[in-house]
Write a protein that binds this ligand. Structure first.
Ligand code: GAP
Length: 440
């Protein structure tokens, strides 16, 4: 696919439509008219989103011996966000249009209201993006709590816990996947920017002298991750931030960007956070978040390299990039060429008829495959229609069970991308599909 076609605005509508029609993503509370750019993940979306997160976890935790995971609380006390700097600086500039009362982000508009065209706007004021609530039945200053706007702080506040329980030493990392919340002034573009979303973050703690090397390492690793999972290399790029763009904690940030239908947009930021966070939490809490090196009898604050990705935003990019239309037997076929690790179902079992003897053998095939893969089972409609349905949701393989299967103990295995079909014995099927997936 060329860069031009990935910029086609119709592509976004087609993918949003497919996502709704086939059960990936539904507008939240739709029966009540929807709720402010929130979304629910349907039967296929929950599978795919989980696959995105699992692919990240596999690459960042499972395949490495220098990263461990945590799952920290979403609710947290103001002290955490005072120390991290979020209470003071995690703001966007908010302006109101005096004509139509639209609320706008001053840095996203050119002094003009995009709704009514007026230039009569209020002065910009800092709007804090954190969701504030109260923990417990009393709503006073002492019970204020925040929904975390990033997962990162859980890794810093648990730094010593992890250090002492795992006996890791820098360079090592702490990874976390989970929900974050930001009261975005202008959410939009489907799940690109929402107020509730999921992040996949790594805080990688390194000796200060190694920070620059690890920063480059993680930029390359993270670019490779998207590429390995099938994103067209023409549709991703690295963009280094200018000094004036840097967050309050950052000595250097580079974004992995994807070519969305409206242009380049951030998928992930890789930041050199220096020792900002560990020092800030040490000073505020009185607990020294340092590494003690027994060999040299020295204490020091590690520096932190942070690759911070959005799971829900990445899922949207994977969907957009996988969407293709091609001609099959004179008809347009829409197909999601998703990597098998990301596809909601890796394989579908399609008995040619609902006759009990075929269903019995088909269910046996399904159960054997389900030990290793997420399997769909579909007996409705013509086989051609069923193949199209599986192509449209990205299922890499289909298995057809027909009446010959009863005699020869074999089934037909079809590949989504080549549409090649091979006859294969049921006994060899699981091994063959394992070979075509994990074996590659
Ligand atoms: N700890 C650093 C941090 O949170 P960030 O660049 O603000 O950095 C990291 O967020 C990633 O989280 C972004 O690159 C994006 O993929 C995702 N993200 C941030 N805000 C989001 C939102 N409102 N909706 C969806 N994803 C979002």
């Amino acid at each position: 696919m060329s860069a031009e076609s990935s910029l086609d605005p119709a592509r976004l509508d087609k993918v949003i439509n497919l996502a709704k029609r086939r059960g990936f993503v539904f507008p939240s509370a739709e029966i009540y008219g929807g709720f402010r750019s929130t979304y629910d993940y349907g039967p296929l979306g929950v599978l795919m989103l989980r696959n995105v997160k699992n692919a990240w976890w596999r690459s960042m935790v499972q395949l490495r011996d220098d990263v461990v995971g945590i799952d920290a609380a979403i609710l947290s006390p103001p002290a955490v966000w005072a120390a991290s700097g979020h209470l003071a600086t995690f703001t966007d500039p908010l302006v109101d249009c005096k004509q139509c009362n639209e609320r706008l982000r001053a840095d996203q508009i050119d002094g003009q209201c995009p709704k009514c065209g007026s230039r009569d706007l209020t002065e910009a004021r800092a709007f804090n993006l954190m969701f504030k609530t109260h923990a417990g039945p009393v709503e006073d200053d002492g019970t204020v709590a925040y929904l975390r706007p990033e997962t990162a702080q859980g890794m810093f506040t648990n730094f010593l816990n992890v250090l002492t329980t795992t006996r890791k030493k820098p360079p090592f990392g702490i990874a976390q996947v989970g929900k974050s919340f930001r009261n975005e002034i202008t959410p939009g573009n489907f799940v690109f920017r929402t107020r509730e979303f999921e992040q996949m973050e790594l805080e990688f703690f390194v000796p200060p002298a190694e920070a620059a090397t690890w920063y480059d390492y993680w930029i390359n690793e993270r670019f490779r991750w998207y590429h390995d999972l099938g994103i067209d290399p023409n549709h991703i790029r690295i963009r280094h931030h200018d000094p004036e763009e840097l967050s309050h904690y950052s000595a250097g940030t580079a974004d992995v960007e994807f070519l969305f239908p409206w242009g380049w947009g951030e998928l992930e930021g890789v930041a050199n956070r220096t020792d900002y966070d560990l020092r800030a939490h040490s000073e505020a809490s009185g607990t020294k978040l340092e590494y003690y090196d027994q060999a040299s009898n020295e204490r020091w604050f590690p520096h932190v390299i942070e690759p911070a990705a959005g799971a829900t935003r990445a899922m949207m990019a994977f969907l957009l990039d996988a969407y293709h239309e091609d001609e099959v037997e004179g008809e347009t076929r829409s197909v999601l060429r998703l990597h098998w690790r990301l596809a909601p179902y890796q394989i579908a079992v399609l008995p040619l008829s609902k006759k009990p003897e075929l269903e019995e053998i088909s269910q046996r095939v399904r159960r054997a495959l389900a030990e290793h893969f997420m399997v769909d089972y579909d007996v409705t409609q013509s086989i051609g229609r069923r193949y199209r349905r599986q192509d449209e949701v990205g299922t890499p393989f289909c298995v057809t069970v027909d009446f010959d299967s009863l005699d020869d103990g074999a089934v037909t295995l079809r590949d989504r991308d080549t549409m090649e079909q091979v006859r294969i014995s049921i006994d060899a099927l699981v091994g063959e599909v394992l070979q075509r997936t994990y074996g590659r």
